[in-house]
Design a protein around this ligand. Structure first.
Ligand SMILES: Cc1ncc(COP(=O)(O)O)c(C=O)c1O
Length: 397
């Protein structure tokens, strides 16, 4: 009898049977295992800038360790970082928040987990775009809630259609999740759509979880509008943002929430129950990321813009693939159905037969079966080699 069959071991909780995953991490582990066997793999699966974190942040974090800032921080974050976030959201998002409503978390992911845990009871419905970052759906199910998927269409630039949202609202709807610029599509919600979504949230008493983690990674003059700035929205929006994408600080694991005052005590209590606080010296470094020179961010976004052109032109030159330029973030989301393969088939065979690791659109929801996601947060050299391999793979089908 294997260990897992032993009658003396307890079963995991029911909620563990409902929780999903983020397959980027699992796919990356599989690709690395193939690499360990001697295969050459180009990695386009993880959404992680390949740049160094800002010099000022690194220096400040190192100095903070040497200065003994290696103890617990206040649960909501060090005052200097909460104030820096408050100032930054005022400057860049036009959101006028109280410092008491700013919470420093472990990753932006922490914010989505806390917001959903704080608000969703069994039976509550959460409207989620499809395709979308998979953790909104997963944590909603974990909490016993029901995710209600709204399909996004390539022909709409993957913008969430307010009419479809209106049609999906029921008396059980409690939350609407927005992610702009979006993972995995690069879609950006324009002001007219946001105004209509805000009006729906106010009319139906919904909370909006506004995932703005790619808010500074925009192209061709696209504008980032925070829904929290629209009438009636400050008291019903949880802003999720962080340091991972903007500042190439993924491994620092630092994010933040700006929440309505009525939610603040609950956010604080969830942080105390789970992490106690984010690491102190990491927060000291993050103050410099926000307050220090921003030229490294600007240079990174300029480089993403060049890579975006390389990838979009390269993909569109391959028969059977079609993709529109994303307006933000650093993902291309091509339709591969012209090759005769589904997204999952394409991703699987591309890895095994051509040594290029991408994600299937299916990893982000049922509506994206025809797509794959390519992260272009990697060097032009890697991207050029990946395009060469993808073209050879498609021509050989
Ligand atoms: C849309 C979206 N939100 C949140 C996150 C989580 O970011 P963090 O690394 O700060 O937890 C990611 C990471 O890929 C993301 O794509």
């Amino acid at each position: 009898m294997s260990l897992s069959q032993s009658p003396r071991l307890p079963a995991v909780s029911d909620r563990m049977l409902r929780v999903g995953t983020e397959s980027a991490f699992e796919v990356a582990a599989r690709a690395r295992a193939l690499q360990a066997q001697g295969r050459s793999i180009v990695h386009l699966e993880i959404g992680e800038p390949d740049f160094d974190s800002p010099v000022a942040a690194r220096e400040a974090a190192k100095a903070a360790i040497d200065a003994g800032m290696t103890h617990y921080a206040p649960f909501a974050g060090i005052p200097e970082l909460r104030a820096a976030v408050r100032d930054d959201v005022a400057l860049r998002k036009g959101v006028d928040a109280r410092v008491e409503d700013v919470f420093i978390t472990i990753g932006g992911k922490g914010v989505m987990v806390y917001a959903i845990m704080a608000l969703i009871d069994p039976g509550d419905e959460v409207i989620v775009p499809d395709p979308a970052y998979p953790i909104y759906d997963s944590i909603t199910r974990f909490c016993g809630g029901t995710p209600v998927a709204i399909p996004l269409r390539a022909e709409d630039g993957f913008e969430l259609d307010p009419d479809r949202v209106a049609a999906a609202i029921t008396p059980r709807t409690k939350m609407l999740v927005l992610n702009s610029p979006a993972n995995p599509t690069g879609g950006v919600l324009g002001r007219p759509a946001l105004e209509r979504l805000a009006a729906l949230a106010v009319e139906h008493g919904l909370v909006v979880l506004a995932d703005e983690i790619y808010g500074r990674i925009l192209y061709d003059g696209a504008e980032h509008v925070s829904i929290a700035t629209l009438p009636g929205m400050a008291e019903r929006t949880v802003i999720l943002d962080g340091f991972a994408k903007t500042f190439a600080m993924t491994g620092w694991r630092l994010g933040y929430a700006v929440v309505p005052p009525w939610l603040s005590p609950h956010m604080g209590r969830l942080i105390i129950n789970t992490i106690s606080c984010a690491p102190t010296f990491v927060q000291v470094g993050a103050v410099e990321a926000l307050r220090g020179p921003q030229d490294e961010v600007d240079a990174m976004v300029a480089e993403f813009s060049a890579r975006r052109s390389l990838v979009i032109d390269g993909l569109n030159a391959i028969p059977g693939l079609s993709v529109s330029p994303p307006k933000g973030a650093f993902y291309a989301f091509p339709d591969v159905s012209g090759t005769g393969l589904t997204g999952p088939e394409f991703a699987e065979r591309l890895l095994l037969e051509a040594g290029v690791c991408v994600l299937s659109g299916r990893a982000f929801g049922a509506a994206a079966d025809k797509h794959i996601r390519i992260s272009y947060a990697t060097s032009r050299e890697n991207l050029t080699e990946a395009l060469r391999r993808i073209e050879a793979f498609v021509r050989g089908l």
